[in-house]
Design a protein. Sequence first.
Length: 219
Amino acid sequence: MAKKQYAVIGMGRFGSSVAHELSELGFDVLAIDADEHKIQDVSDWVTHAVAADSTDEDALRSLGLRNFDVVVVAIGEDIQASIMTTLILKELGVPEIIVKAQNELHGKVLNKIGADKVVFPERDMGLRVAHHLISPNILEYIELSNDYSIVEMKAPDFTIGKNLLKLDIRARYKCNVLAIKKGSELNITPNATDVIEPDDVLVIVGKTEDLSELELSYA
Ligand code: ADP
């Protein structure tokens, strides 16, 4: 299978981090930014780097963006430019458009005009930090929808030596243990009789409000 071709528009902190990681993972990346200096900064480590204004339809067309599998729009502050760029990419027929949103309203507009995925990096990182603060056991926090989330938490002391049946997380907190991590091993089909050991990590899914209760009780 041919390797996917990626383009990232906007070489701010978020865009350059996405472009850098894709390059590190061995993918071809076209980096675009209106600012020549930003392009010079990234040109050493991306496959191609081009200075262009992404609100210029002709410029995007001549860069052949319709031939890319995925285009990431990482324009931060200029919401108008972000929306116009997304619209142009949509009209060019880019198969997958991922856009960074500044706020909920921006996100709604992007969804309406056909962005395939809208990401809120600052908001999501803020959520993670907050959850880690209220309970240092929380290693990872992922919002699945408005109502449901997944948390990854260090097995707290009182769970050690007990099995899932005894802990009864499903009945007590209305949450499900999806997986138990033991070092690099991931058990994705935990049984009721599986005993939690020190340094285990539990991956739990549930309603966000129920998970919060669980997090707080573990804190
Ligand atoms: P972050 O918060 O991720 O650092 P910024 O808003 O600081 O994001 O950076 C966004 C980048 O997008 C900047 O480098 C800016 O030059 C670039 N940018 C803004 N508008 C356009 C545009 N119309 N075309 C191309 N690049 C743009």
